[in-house]
Design a protein around this ligand. Sequence first.
Ligand code: ATP
Length: 253
Amino acid sequence: MLRLVNLSVDVDSKRVLTNVSLYVREGETLALFGPNGSGKSTLMNAIIGNPKYKIAEGRIIFKKHDITRIPTDERVKLGLGIAFQSPPAISGIKLIDLLRKIAEIRGTEEEKIYEYAKKLKMEEHLEREINKGFSGGEIKRSELLQLLVMNPDFVMLDEPDSGVDLENIGIVGKAIRELLERDKERREKAGIIITHTGHILDYVDADYGAILYRGRIACIGDPYEILEDVRKFGYEGCVEKCLTKYRNLNLKR
Ligand SMILES: Nc1ncnc2c1ncn2[C@@H]1O[C@H](COP(=O)(O)OP(=O)(O)OP(=O)(O)O)[C@@H](O)[C@H]1O
């Protein structure tokens, strides 16, 4: 569904991602790991088409369309959606007004807004300006609420579990499951989830995991095994273990 081919990305003339190749098939969820500053958010911003993130080389293919050079709104129309790690607060626009607009464009029934807001415990925030004064956990739930109303085919979630308390993590987890599974009988869904702690993977099944390390994909494998290895050996040790495994596989061949 999404394929990145030798993608290199610059931010403010600094090379942040080098030669990233990855794919996520229909129905799959990829868990993306990596130390701070390794380029995970950059990757999501490049995929959604944030103009600050310049594609220096490579291609992004989504549903067989080459979207490398098309603007963000066209990518969203094709079915991409993102929950940012740190979205801005927007003065003068209430959350409910944004949600109504999204619902109108995407053909979502208005009562669904209230249903999802209730599920995410965000009813009291609907009349407030978007993200203004929201706590860290409330911002995460606000992003998810917007995505639920938007109902994209491919979701990118940048650390949806960071700053979320143990009680709310279940609420967030269920919302993400719904995002990945709603209408699955009618159309394919897939996604990428960035997580440091892996808490969200207690609620959402990831099909495979990848480590982004110093701007490159350094390891691909079982997400739960990767998480365990990162806990035991740290990122460097985990990447070294992966490389040794690849080398041995190649030697056997
Ligand atoms: N505007 C910018 N100018 C210069 N460097 C930048 C800019 N934006 C991002 N970077 C750098 O790009 C690198 C990757 O940042 P990115 O936010 O993608 O990392 P990340 O893997 O998502 O990190 P974290 O886990 O801390 O969220 C970092 O070293 C960051 O400082």
